[in-house]
Ligand binder design. Structure first.
Ligand code: HEM
Ligand code: CU
Length: 548
């Protein structure tokens, strides 16, 4: 059991995450109904306001707070309890992040910032929305520094030793996060804030979008790497085995630092302000990320097979039957991984020059990120929640809770299959994303989109409702494990943090030499970005627009 003060810190982070999840999924439910012409909003509430809340609360707030809650717990468990300074800095980080979150949320809810979570210029929100965003990011940096500080203390006390795998992976993720946030901080502080408060008249749109996507792509890895940490470190323990290969795991993670940042242009393939050469270069670098992704897939299946065979699984696939399917902590993460197979393949499609033309800005993209962040990441976090909160509160995770956990996972799976499949198909047919319901003046082409078996309005509404039901079951589990479930008293009732052993005997030391990886990362960033961003500095600016 980790120190009580560290538990408190982690629990506060997780609590904020689930408040965001509650409001965010409610917004999602409304969206499904509005898009399908089944709900008309009152005049004071706007579709784009709700959609902004959904994107910000789920993709930014829920993920980030949950990730820090997980990191704080795992760092305290693997490196030992935090010292008073680390703890204080982590609380300051939490406070600053939360002030930013509250400020940005108030601006969205009061209708002053319906700019969607990408806040593309020249859409112009209240300046306080951007101040909220800046505080949010700076707050996460402060928490990150606390965790890095804790790690540095450990390294000093264990000279020449490799750090535990969990801590190494958390620090890798944080390094990537800090480098990538430089882009969003630059555009928010130097472009958006002066413009939104009226100190300057215009904004350089292409530059702001490029700085956003310099951050926006690694952002998806900031969500994904903590899920991978669970896959690498938690799953083997649930299977009763060790990490398949410590060096392979560390190699995959450092490759993510290198190849997740200099690739933002793959979100801007349709933009005229960037020449094809730079788009091409960044697309090539994008595809490099397939390497650590496949390393991860390989390690996972190797772990499954080894564990299944140790338990007596025979033949080519007999080991599959021996996996602990009745343990919701495992099954949830397995389903999450399964969703990532089509999710990852979709990512390769999106990043391809020509196919991007077909899917860009259509509902296909919405289908895509609901089977990447919306399920593989979110469901891994759900699978962690089942034991993480009881671990932190010292409460029981009873048999009936475990059953409820299964119902939650199954409903999320069904709801997401319905919703995301229909979104993928509708996108291919041509239906745009980020729109409230529009029949395009009853144009037959638009009407035809909704005639399919799973693309019709009823199926989609059912899918969205099942998802929301699932989200509410999860909220129930969270509230129970936080406040109401009986305290564990007997030894066997205590829920533990499943952290697998990892042999570092054969792991090369250079994998933990940060200067190498940070150095190469910056070299790649400069190669991919210096010239095209330099050219953008001369682009003319645009005045702001409020379209809502
Ligand atoms: C109850 C579950 C959910 C439902 C019913 C739902 C529904 C939707 C719908 C219908 C849209 C498309 C809106 C449009 O393009 O007009 C959307 C967008 C989006 N969703 Fe979800 N979603 C759910 C859960 C999630 C989760 C768990 C995440 C991430 C962790 C997520 C992240 C996003 C993001 C980032 C967008 C894009 C927002 C934008 O275009 O600015 N959603 N969601
Ligand atoms: Cu991307």
């Amino acid at each position: 059991m980790i120190a009580a003060q560290d538990r408190k810190l982690a629990l506060w982070n997780i609590a904020v995450a689930y408040i965001a999840f509650l409001i965010g999924t409610l917004a999602g439910l409304l969206q499904v109904f509005i898009r399908n012409d089944a709900l008309q909003l009152p005049s004071w509430l706007d579709y784009y306001q709700i959609l902004t809340a959904h994107g910000v609360l789920l993709a930014l707030i829920f993920t980030t707070y949950f990730i820090f809650g997980f990191f704080i717990t795992g760092m305290s468990k693997s490196l030992g309890s935090f010292g008073p300074k680390v703890r204080l800095v982590a609380w300051i980080g939490f406070a600053v992040t939360t002030i930013g979150t509250v400020l940005a949320t108030i601006m969205i809810v009061s209708g002053k910032a319906s700019v969607l979570y990408t806040f593309y210029a020249p859409l112009k929100a209240s300046g306080w929305f951007y101040v909220g965003l800046a505080l949010f990011v700076i707050g996460t940096w402060i928490t990150s520094f606390a965790l890095v500080g804790h790690y540095i203390v450990w390294r000093k006390e264990h000279k020449g030793k490799l750090s535990p795998l969990f801590a190494f992976m958390a620090i890798t993720t944080i390094v990537m996060w800090i480098i990538s946030c430089l882009g969003v901080v630059a555009t928010v502080v130097f472009q958006f804030i002066p413009w939104a408060f009226g100190w300057v008249d215009t904004i350089n749109v292409e530059l702001s979008r490029s700085l956003f996507w310099y951050f926006g792509h690694p952002l998806v890895y900031f969500w994904l790497l903590p899920a991978y940490m669970a896959w690498y470190v938690v799953v083997p323990k649930l299977l009763g085995t060790k990490v398949f290969s410590d060096s392979l795991a560390r190699l995959a993670f450092v490759l993510f630092i290198l190849f997740s940042i200099p690739v933002g242009f793959h979100h801007q393939l349709t933009e005229p302000g960037i020449s094809d050469f730079w788009k091409f270069l960044q697309v090539v670098l994008t595809f490099m990320v397939i390497v650590p992704s496949l390393i991860t897939a390989f390690s996972m299946f190797a772990t499954f097979e080894i564990a299944g065979r140790q338990k007596g699984g025979k033949g080519l696939f007999g080991w599959i039957k021996k996996l602990p399917w009745k343990d919701v902590r495992f099954t949830s993460i397995f389903v999450a991984m399964a969703f990532f197979i089509p999710g990852g393949a979709g990512g390769i499609i999106n990043a391809s020059f020509q196919l991007n033309e077909l899917v860009h800005n259509t509902l296909w993209i919405v289908g895509h990120f609901h089977i990447t962040v919306g399920t593989p990441v979110a469901m891994t976090f759900m699978g962690l929640t089942f034991w993480l909160i009881p671990y932190l509160t010292g409460r029981k995770f009873s048999k009936s809770m475990q059953k409820l956990g299964f119902i939650q996972i199954i409903t999320w799976t069904i709801g997401m299959l319905l919703m995301s499949t229909s979104q993928h198909i509708l996108g291919l047919l041509g239906a745009p994303r980020r729109t409230a319901y529009s029949g395009y003046n009853d144009h037959p082409a638009a009407q035809g989109w909704f005639e399919g078996l799973i693309t019709n309005h009823v199926t989609m509404a059912v899918g969205g409702s099942i998802l929301f039901l699932s989200a509410m079951i999860l909220i129930y589990i969270v509230v129970m494990s936080m406040f109401l479930s009986p305290k564990a008293v007997r030894e066997e009732d205590f829920v533990d943090f499943p952290m697998a052993e990892s042999d570092t005997e054969h792991t090369p030391k250079f994998l933990e030499n940060w200067w190498i990886w940070i150095g190469i990362a910056f070299a790649l960033i400069i190669i991919a970005y210096a010239i095209p961003l330099g050219a953008m500095l001369d682009y003319p600016g645009s005045e702001g627009y409020k379209t809502w």
